[in-house]
Design a binder for this molecule. Structure first.
Ligand code: C2E
Ligand code: CA
Ligand code: CA
Length: 630
């Protein structure tokens, strides 16, 4: 028999407990692979226990405990193999192999396990395996342990090689090295006629799993953990039907400037993180955004606790001239959908003043549910990238040509038609689409539909000079922008000059050479360019003159301003005249009544657009406004 000391097995048991404690103290995602991992840790602990039991019983053998020795030995082997089988299942789960393959891994390892354990039991029963003679001499006989151990190792290695492409390389290397270290230790002890280390060698891959897959970095100073774990925790609370409260602190200067939380306010924050609520966990979801989650049942007096924490923040932030926004609230009713709390709170920030506390209520969660639904639909539209997507609906507002005295162009305006909400307007979804990078795909879909509409209108004999499409500034930055636009128009067989693109000037895109080149390129095809919303925000006259615009659209705010006082009226009038003299036709937007119309007509206007003339209508209804060719 090999030499044995229980020391390593005891250490293994202690390490397993250590791992369980660490798990408890962090907020890792309790998914399937986590449960398999826990089963492995338990198996390892049981193996170590059985190993100690078997060796000790064998060393102190008396005839009465022979059966006990047999049972403990079989258990030790059974747990070892069960653990190896779980390793295989774990690898399959982590590498996300198909359900069919995972079922195969299960079948293979369970069959192997059954064979090995049966062999062990039968060997002892029929005397060809491990037996103890009446005088106490041990006959090792034929044992399947070493063969089984090697077979399982082989399965694991083959599996790791098969899934290597679905695992990140460094993770793979980590697993291989730790497994290799375990194997080496095992070999060395074998050479020395020892067997104390066998069980403990399994700790190495378990540590690798804990570190790579189920660990959560804490911030050593605040104890804060990241936003991924925030969602894990709230999901966990929700699944267990436990109520929780949240306390969120946001500081925009820290967020935007990317600085560290200043030294002067740290002690206050740490104090709140540790003492303001019982059983709370702090999450730092971004640089300037901290969220505390606490169990409701341990903080029945949370109103008072919130007040104290908020007062402390108001005081220390006030002294240090740091703006803040505090949002507090509770977990939603049971059964409601998963909420991403960091995002939820971010949405609330948009509508709240600095240095205030807001208590999130039902209307906030409803608004967020609406936002979240729209976001998911937009994301769906983006990934589907279907030019016929029925959710993207095109409206068009006819534009009145003063010289001709009729409607000859129109502006395409996007709406969403969503199953749960019906028609959604651009002021609600365009910012979301822009912020998430979905806008260009939506423009492509809209442009496709506009081209189809132009073709159909023309086929029916209606005169339409062109339809303008709004393009967001960020779209211009994409390298493929021109190619996308021209491909869609050409694809529908529409003449390029039937399409115009409306752009707004913003401070960000003032001096980009590349963007100017793109616009010039579109112009070369014959696509027209409109400057949208002139008079709002940023307008650099010099740059506007440089750009190849065909029409300048005066925003409704200028129309309104011209009616308020003579000074504004003169200003708008002279700008319109200036453009007209420079041969830039001017289009006035937002003409709502006869007075507006009269005033701007005197300002060298060429086109008029507004409710006075026509409201936006589904694009097919443009027929009601257009002239038929003779
Ligand atoms: P915009 O480009 O300035 O579009 C004109 C907006 O003014 C339209 O609102 C239109 O319905 C509204 N309007 C028209 N006549 C009048 C009037 O007489 N009085 C007033 N008060 N308003 C009038 P809508 O359709 O809600 O669009 C809002 C904004 O959403 C648009 O402003 C545009 O910036 C954006 N948008 C619309 N469709 C698209 C699109 O396909 N792509 C992009 N990127 N943005 C779009
Ligand atoms: Ca526009
Ligand atoms: Ca406009």
């Amino acid at each position: 028999m090999d030499a044995y000391s229980p020391f390593c097995d005891l250490l293994t048991i202690a390490t397993c407990w250590c791992i369980l404690v660490l798990e408890f103290c962090s907020h890792v995602r309790k998914n399937r692979s986590f449960r398999i991992f826990n089963a492995i840790v338990f198996c390892l602990m049981l193996t170590a226990c059985a190993s100690i039991g078997y060796r000790t019983a064998l060393a102190r053998w008396r005839p009465e405990i022979t059966v006990c020795v047999y049972v403990l030995r079989v258990l030790m082997h059974a747990f070892t193999f069960a653990m190896s089988a779980l390793f295989a299942v774990y690898i399959g789960e982590t590498a996300r192999v198909s359900a069919r393959r995972q079922a195969f891994i299960w079948k293979l390892t369970v069959s192997l396990w059954t064979l090995l354990v049966l062999f062990d039991i039968l060997g002892t029963c029929f005397g060809f395996g491990f037996t103890i003679a009446e005088n106490g001499t041990v006959h090792l006989g034929a044992s399947a342990f070493s063969a089984g151990y090697l077979l399982f190792m082989l399965i694991l290695v083959v599996l790791m090689i098969r899934v290597r492409r679905s695992l990140y390389r460094r993770v793979m290397i980590g697993f291989f090295i730790t497994a290799f270290l375990g194997l080496m230790l095992n070999l060395i002890q074998r050479l020395k006629g020892e067997s104390s280390y066998t069980v403990s060698t399994f700790i190495f891959p378990v540590l690798a799993m804990l570190y790579f897959m189920h660990s959560n970095p804490y911030d050593a100073w605040l104890g804060a953990i990241n936003s991924e774990s925030l969602n894990n925790l709230t999901r966990d609370y929700q699944q267990k039907n436990k109520k929780f409260g949240f306390f969120s602190l946001y500081m925009h200067t820290i967020e935007e400037e990317g600085t560290k939380i200043p030294e002067q306010i740290r002690p206050t924050l740490r104090n709140i993180a540790e003492n303001a609520f019982r059983g709370s966990v702090l999450f730092q979801v971004s640089r300037g955004h901290l969220i505390l989650i606490y169990p409701k049942h341990r903080n029945p007096d949370d109103g008072e606790r919130i007040r104290r924490a908020a007062d402390a923040i108001a005081c220390v932030n006030g002294k240090n001239n740091l703006d803040y926004k505090i949002v507090v609230g509770e977990s939603p009713e049971a059964g409601s959908e998963d909420i991403d709390y960091a995002n939820y709170i971010r949405q609330i920030h948009l509508h709240m003043p600095e240095n205030t506390l807001h208590t999130a209520d039902r209307s906030d969660s409803e608004a967020y549910a609406r936002y979240d639904y729209i976001l998911k639909e937009l994301s769906g539209i983006y990934t589907r990238h279907d030019p016929e997507d029925p959710r993207v609906v095109v409206y068009a507002q006819p534009v009145y040509n003063i010289r001709l005295g009729r409607f000859d162009t129109a502006e395409a305006l996007m709406r969403l038609n969503l199953e749960k909400l019906g028609l959604v307007f651009p002021d609600e979804f365009i910012p979301v689409a822009e912020a998430n990078g979905f806008i260009h795909v939506m423009t492509e879909i809209l442009l496709h539909k506009v081209c189809v509409a132009i073709r159909e209108l023309t086929e029916k004999g209606f005169q339409i000079d062109r339809i303008s499409v709004n393009v967001a500034t960020q779209e211009l930055r994409a390298r493929e922008f021109c190619a996308d636009i021209t491909r869609i128009i050409a694809g529908e067989g529409v003449s390029f000059d039937k399409i115009a693109i409306e752009l707004t000037e913003s401070e960000g895109n003032q001096d980009s050479q590349a963007e100017t080149e793109k616009l010039t390129q579109l112009k070369k095809y014959g696509i027209k360019l409109y400057l949208d919303d002139f008079g709002t925000g940023y307008s650099n006259l010099e740059r506007i003159m440089m750009l190849p615009f065909d029409i300048i659209k005066f925003d409704r705010s200028l129309v309104l301003a011209s009616s308020t006082d003579t000074q504004s009226d003169t200003m708008v009038r002279s700008m319109a005249t200036l453009f007209a003299e420079l041969k830039f036709p001017v289009l006035f937007e937002g003409i709502e009544n006869g007075e507006d119309e009269k005033r701007v007509k005197e300002m060298s206007a060429s086109y008029l657009q507004g409710y006075k003339f026509a409201r936006p209508v589904p694009i097919a209804q443009l027929t009601g406004y257009l002239q038929k060719t003779a």
